[in-house]
Ligand binder design. Structure first.
Ligand code: UD1
Length: 321
């Protein structure tokens, strides 16, 4: 049971999106006041249907500095999930993702600073590590971003840290490692691999693996991201403010292995198609999650296989027939 004292006013940017909507649902369920800012470019209204009458929904773009500042009025905590995701999208069309991911993040920080927000927790990305040697990835490694998307997310982190140092605005960056789960869009050219493969295999289509399939990811179920954000809000500033934390499970799974687990769960009888490697792709990804555990108390709640089972169950229900 959560005491009323802990309830607060939250702004969730990108609250209609995949990760943002999970945060909205979790906060509404425990009784917090939730405001959502979303431009519905990649977010979906139906993600908020179940909570629509219990949230303050603002439709605006992160590029609109006035709307962003106004959304920060009376807010204690901002969970900044709004972004234009996808490495390949940023390679194909860098300008829109630059505008949203860098200028939008700047607008959130300025709005939060001017409106006296207590803390901003920001969605950062594991793509910051690039292809350097050394596994698992530790936050003390120098970033080596490969793609425009990675540069944009890293720039957001640097801005977050500067606002803590210069203005004393408490900021926490969470480097998400390949998040998957319910509500991840499966049918866009920029869909994450897990959502895309699940839907294709459900529909009897053979997915394409880019490269040899031996690239690895620290695939992380979205429930773990929810718990990481809630912990990042309440962790003492002395431990969390101005810092960056890996949010992952601490295990690496190859795409070939992932395909096989999905094929078993979905009873998919065909092999995948293999295609050329994707431009700007990171080869391997695996996180050290010690810092998040020590400073925030973060422990993954849902492992890879359980996450896949839940995800497949959701897509089956959602896309049945
Ligand atoms: C990257 C970041 C992740 C971030 C995400 C945002 C890394 C390691 N991860 O994910 O933190 O949240 O961007 O968009 O940088 N693939 C196929 N076939 C497909 C689709 C993808 O083989 O149809 C492959 C890709 O080439 C890649 C892997 O699957 O090797 C994962 O791709 P994707 O799901 O797009 O995520 P990342 O680019 O790894």
């Amino acid at each position: 049971m959560i005491s009323l004292k802990s309830l607060a006013n939250y702004l969730i940017t990108g609250g209609a999106g995949f990760i943002g909507s999970h945060l909205v649902h979790a906060l509404v369920e425990r009784g917090d006041q939730v405001r959502v800012l979303d431009n519905f470019e990649t977010g979906l209204r139906k993600n908020l249907d179940a909570v629509r009458d219990r949230i303050d929904l603002r439709e605006a773009d992160l590029a609109d500095a006035d709307a962003v500042r106004s959304a920060c009025e009376g807010i204690d905590y901002v969970l900044h999930e709004g972004a234009l995701p996808s490495v390949p999208r940023s390679v194909k069309e860098p300008r829109p993702s630059h505008a949203t991911n860098i200028n939008g993040t700047f607008n959130v920080l300025e709005g939060a600073r001017l409106e006296g927000v207590k803390r901003v927790v920001c969605a950062a990305s594991s793509s910051a590590y690039g292809n350097q040697p050394g596994f698992p990835r530790v936050e003390t490694m120098a970033p080596q971003p490969l793609s425009p998307y990675a540069v944009q997310k890293l720039t957001g982190e640097l801005y977050m840290q500067a606002y803590w140092r210069v203005y004393g605005l408490e900021t926490v960056c969470l480097r998400y490692f390949n998040i998957f789960g319910a509500r991840q869009v499966p049918d866009s050219p920029y869909s994450g691999v897990m959502a895309r493969f699940t839907l294709m295999m459900m529909q009897g289509e053979r997915p394409t693996i880019f490269g040899d399939g031996e690239q690895g990811r620290d695939f992380t179920h979205v429930e773990n991201v929810v718990s990481a954000n809630l912990l990042a809000v309440t962790a003492p500033a002395t431990l969390a403010a101005g810092r960056v934390f890996n949010i992952a499970c601490g295990h690496r799974h190859t795409l070939n292995e992932t395909f096989n687990v999905l094929a078993t769960l979905l009873k998919f009888p065909h092999p995948p198609i293999y295609g050329p490697e994707r431009e700007g792709d990171v080869r391997d990804s695996l996180a050290d999650i010690t810092a998040a555990n020590t400073a925030l108390g973060y422990v993954p709640q849902v492992d890879f296989e359980e996450g896949l089972r839940r995800t497949v169950a959701w897509y089956r229900e959602e896309f049945a027939g």
